[in-house]
Write a protein of this length. Structure first.
Length: 255
């Protein structure tokens, strides 16, 4: 199953570390070529690690996803190295926890610049050559369950709003591009144990207990729990699925 993924060229923004790198490794494990885009200089090392561990072709590009020209340059470089990508995962994102009355205008703008604008610019550069050639493609946006609920006890209005916007953007692009062969879906993770989250809950064990108490599955998600869903959405097995945001949260949003 999913043998067609071996022929894919997958680009992951925010791929140097965290959930982005983990999802990229899931694709590499099943034989896809992988291109990583990230602002962090370690993106080159991350791409080399994937190539070494899984024996697949990889490439990397350093780019600021909030800068459309930087994103365009990154995609041009990856196309030269790997060929035209036909799968995009937009994992570049930021979050903060702050009372809304204290959020500055710059902080609000940055949240949307990275989470929403960055995803849109990546979608544009991914789609342009596919639309021109008539080639099929699959976009997988990384949204959040926070786009559908209000998490507690953390105050994250700007983050919640930006992720809701990502899902709506995905639905809009899906309708616009459906007849031209590009599917657009989103994954909305719940509480996942990324590297940054692990560090945070180690310093705040009471918050970890509160979160887990609200998850029917009784645990937080592991990054690997996203692999199967991402690979499915990229594959021909999901050829009739578009415009959806799929929440993967161990049942947290159900209660």
């Amino acid at each position: 199953m999913f043998e067609d993924i071996q022929d894919r060229v997958v680009v992951v923004t925010g791929g140097a570390r965290g959930l982005g790198y983990s999802i990229a490794s899931g694709f590499a494990k099943v034989g896809a070529a992988v291109g990583l885009i990230d602002l962090l200089p370690q993106v080159e090392e991350s791409a080399a690690r994937l190539a070494s561990e899984y024996g697949v072709k990889t490439a990397s590009a350093t780019a600021d996803v909030t800068d459309s020209e930087s994103v365009a340059s990154a995609f041009a470089g990856l196309r030269e190295s790997l060929g035209t990508p036909d799968v995009l995962v937009t994992a570049a994102g930021i979050a903060h926890w702050k009372d809304s009355a204290d959020v500055t205008a710059d902080e609000w703008q940055k949240m949307f610049s990275v989470n929403l604008n960055g995803s849109f610019f990546a979608c544009q550069e991914f789609a342009k050559p596919l639309l021109a050639s008539g080639q099929k493609g699959s976009v997988i946006l990384i949204s959040s369950m926070s786009g559908f609920i209000v998490n507690r006890p953390q105050n994250q209005t700007s983050y919640n709003a930006s992720k809701a916007a990502v899902s709506q953007m995905g639905a809009s692009l899906a309708v616009e591009w459906a007849s031209r062969g590009i599917r657009v879906n989103a994954i909305a993770p719940g509480y996942f144990l990324s590297e940054m989250t692990r560090q945070f809950i180690e310093a705040n064990p009471e918050l970890k207990r509160q979160w887990i108490d609200g998850i029917p599955a009784g645990r937080m998600g592991e990054p690997e729990d996203l692999h199967g869903l991402a690979i499915f959405l990229a594959s021909e097995s999901a050829s009739y699925l578009t415009g959806q945001t799929i929440i993967i949260d161990g049942g947290y949003t159900l209660i």
